[in-house]
Design a protein around this ligand. Structure first.
Ligand SMILES: C[S@@+](CC[C@H](N)C(=O)[O-])C[C@H]1O[C@@H](n2cnc3c(N)ncnc32)[C@H](O)[C@@H]1O
Length: 349
């Protein structure tokens, strides 16, 4: 796979760079050293207590010092990350904003957004991953999000590795025709550019509800020399004609939508796909609701309360497979890449 040149502008000062590297190291330590021990202790306590509800699980786990330490570290490293990122880019904010303005009018590719866009309350009121101003309020939210994911994924997201690896797993339509591809909830456009690399002849579209995201994604695609079109759009109200795409992709979008909005999005995807087109998505695994009384349910709940993932638990314990089938997809494979770190669902219209 060819190298992608890094496009994140460097932090303005070494101080901030080392602060961010400390936050990333602390997060990696939490995940790789603290979490396994916490899991062993928590599982043993839950086996002994046999809790029947999430509330009972909380009563068992909350008082355990190693659980409290893990939770504190997970939350604090997220908070530190945002402080560090804002400080890192503050000194060069004016230049970055000017670069975004200039990129708006440049190619390859294009970007469109509406400065008066009316963000729906379910999105406006969420503060995913505790990002200050959410995904949309700060004009540099796209750059901040992209920087943040590098820390969040503790070294696994350099060079768009996560998106490139996932996109490589998407199966082709039966007739192998891939002329138009749509990436839903594209954020910084890392999946979108990975898709363009995989399907260089195809017309690529990345849409996101957030204007700062699509603007940053376009700026980034220009740096990579890739022709991709980005547009501010709600995934539940796609402004594309029926049957106009061969492939639709969504990476970690659905767990950030209220369940009812997710259902609308699936129906829209079905509408814009042509007959035989493929809808592939990678997201949190779904579980039967009775499994919420578990360590996994507890951690998912923590992510909801302490990491801004306001709709994460509802998505995980919803009947998402039912949603995909009810939309009309004639083939629905819920785990198309067994053993992958995140389940890949693949549906065919
Ligand atoms: C976790 S990020 C997705 C990451 C991205 N797909 C990637 O490949 O790195 C979720 C994105 O979904 C966007 N989003 C949330 N609700 C949306 C909606 N209703 N329609 C379109 N995008 C939405 C957010 O603005 C955010 O950029």
């Amino acid at each position: 796979m060819p190298e992608t040149p890094p496009v994140l502008p460097p932090a303005a000062r070494r101080d901030e760079e080392s602060y961010l590297s400390f936050a990333e190291g602390l997060r990696a330590f939490t995940q790789r050293a603290v979490a396994p021990q916490m899991t062993a202790i928590a599982e043993a306590q839950l086996r002994a207590a046999q809790p029947a509800s999430l509330e009972e699980v909380k009563r068992v786990l909350d008082p355990l010092p190693i659980v409290a330490a893990r939770n504190r570290l997970m939350r604090s490293t997220q908070e530190m990350k945002w402080v560090g990122i804002h400080e890192a880019y503050q000194a060069c904010e004016a230049e970055l904003l000017a670069a975004l303005d200039q990129a708006d009018r440049q190619g390859p590719g294009s970007v469109s957004y509406d400065p008066a866009f009316d963000y729906p309350a379910y999105f406006r009121e969420a503060r995913f991953h505790l990002q200050p101003g959410g995904y949309w309020q700060h004009p540099l939210a796209g750059l901040y999000y992209h920087s943040g994911t590098n820390i969040f994924f503790t070294g696994r997201n350099t060079n768009d590795a996560i998106q490139r690896d996932l996109v490589a797993l998407i199966p082709l339509p039966a007739d192998s025709q891939v002329r138009r591809v749509l990436d839903l909830g594209c954020s910084a456009g890392q999946s979108t550019t990975a898709l363009k690399e995989r399907f260089p002849q195809a017309e690529l579209w990345g849409i996101d509800i957030s204007a700062p995201m699509v603007r940053y994604a376009h700026w980034r695609a220009i740096q990579l020399g890739l022709e991709v079109h980005f547009a501010q759009m709600k995934a539940e109200e796609l402004r594309f004609p029926d049957a106009s795409f061969d492939l639709v992709w969504a990476f970690i979008l659905f767990h950030e939508l209220p369940v009812a909005i997710g259902q609308q999005v699936v129906r829209e995807v079905y509408r814009v796909l042509r007959e035989g087109g493929v809808f592939a998505l990678a997201d949190f695994p779904n579980r039967p609701p009775e499994q919420a009384a578990s360590l996994a349910g507890y951690l998912r709940h923590f992510d909801t309360t302490d990491n801004g993932e306001r709709y994460g638990s509802a998505f995980v314990y919803s009947d998402f497979a039912g949603t995909l089938r009810e939309a009309g997809f004639r083939q629905v494979v819920l785990d198309a890449a067994p053993g992958n770190w995140i389940p890949l669902r693949v549906c065919v219209k």
